[in-house]
Design a protein around this ligand. Structure first.
Ligand code: TXA
Ligand code: MG
Length: 317
């Protein structure tokens, strides 16, 4: 890991204290309902650059802007579309990111040179209080070292970023546990670029013609971040129907009862609980030195679509 930055990381439970670091050009990890984010003042180019450095994030992967209230989106975008307005009316605050044409105030570094910007309004009350206290929109990717599983607890943020960021705003475990749904609203009909906390079915109840991005879709510029390895533990991940009976030294996460005895197992009561706990489980497996994690396949409906997307990415390295 690069040791170019070594700063003292403040831990706090007070949104106002964390926001003071943003207002003075610092970078702060904060809880949201999806995963923890690592934020800076959206209009401070130098502060945004610190995010890329701290996370070791490739510069071609754009960041999502977070705001405390829908009205603030006007400062970030140059054009609001009817579809985006409708989606925001229905799903904001919540785990949805809309991609729109960016305003000139948004620094190019934050959007990786794209002329669009992703924007979301988190529903987590601590996030909301923090964002309102920041006084400006906040660019924030997930608060992990690039490529690692997204952090769903402040302890996971600490594990990756202690000494590399100014402050961690300690909150609850992220309620959903997977990232927001990213919808490109510059396209007509809009296109889901990344499945997430708002399900495709729920989106289609509002805009029935919404499409879902598939990698070789013709003429698609789409989401640069989707090219990168994501969410991967050090252990190898394999998606299975059930845990193999003859393997004793691996880990299992899923929803079916087991008839084998893995070295480590997490049997969840629902797909929602599986989604909520999977990233923390990956991190635990790494700490325990587990070499292989078997993940049970789930039906691709509801949050199951986002969960299978993350499992496939974790398995494809
Ligand atoms: O739930 C979330 O979205 C979390 C929390 C912290 O809000 N954030 C998050 O950020 O997952 P990150 O940086 O890990 O993922 C952002 C995703 C990437 O896949 C990126 O390519 C896509 O959003 N994205 C951002 N801006 C975009 C744009 N202008 N056009 C297309 N895709 C964009
Ligand atoms: Mg991320």
């Amino acid at each position: 890991m690069s040791e170019t930055l070594r700063v003292f990381t403040e831990l706090t439970t007070l949104p106002e204290e964390a926001a003071a670091f943003i207002r003075s050009g610092g970078i702060v990890a904060f809880p949201t309902e999806t995963v923890y984010g690592l934020g800076s003042d959206a209009f401070d180019e130098r502060a945004v650059a610190k995010i890329f450095e701290a996370k070791m994030r490739p510069p071609d992967n754009p960041l999502i802007a977070h705001v405390g209230a829908v009205e603030q989106i006007g400062d970030l975008v140059s054009e609001m579309t009817g579809a985006a307005r409708l989606l925001l009316e229905t799903f904001a605050p919540g785990p949805l990111t809309v991609v729109l044409k960016k305003s000139r105030r948004v620094p190019a570094i934050a959007t990786a040179g794209l002329d669009t910007v992703g924007v979301r309004v988190p529903s987590n009350p601590t996030a909301n209080e923090f964002l309102k206290a920041c006084g400006a929109p906040v660019f924030a990717p997930s608060a992990n070292i690039s490529g690692r599983p997204s952090p769903t607890t402040w302890q996971a943020v600490f594990e990756d970023l202690d000494g590399r960021i100014d402050c961690i705003l300690k909150g609850e475990t992220a309620e959903i546990g997977l990232e927001s749904t990213v919808v490109d609203c510059t396209a007509d009909p809009p296109v889901v670029l990344r499945p997430g906390g708002v399900s495709i079915e729920t989106l289609r109840a509002v805009i029935p013609e919404i499409e879902v991005y598939v990698p070789d879709m013709p003429g698609a510029p789409r989401s640069p971040g989707l090219r990168h390895i994501h969410y991967a533990p050090k252990a190898f991940v394999e998606i299975v129907e059930r845990y193999p009976a003859d393997v004793a030294d691996a880990a299992f996460i899923g929803i079916s009862r087991l008839d084998a005895e893995p070295a480590k197992a997490l049997v969840c009561d629902s797909v929602e609980e599986y989604a909520h706990r999977v990233f923390a489980f990956f991190r635990e497996c790494d700490r325990d030195g587990i070499k292989k994690i078997y993940c049970e396949r789930v039906p691709e409906t509801g949050i199951g679509v986002a969960l299978m997307d993350r499992l496939r990415r974790a398995a494809s390295r």
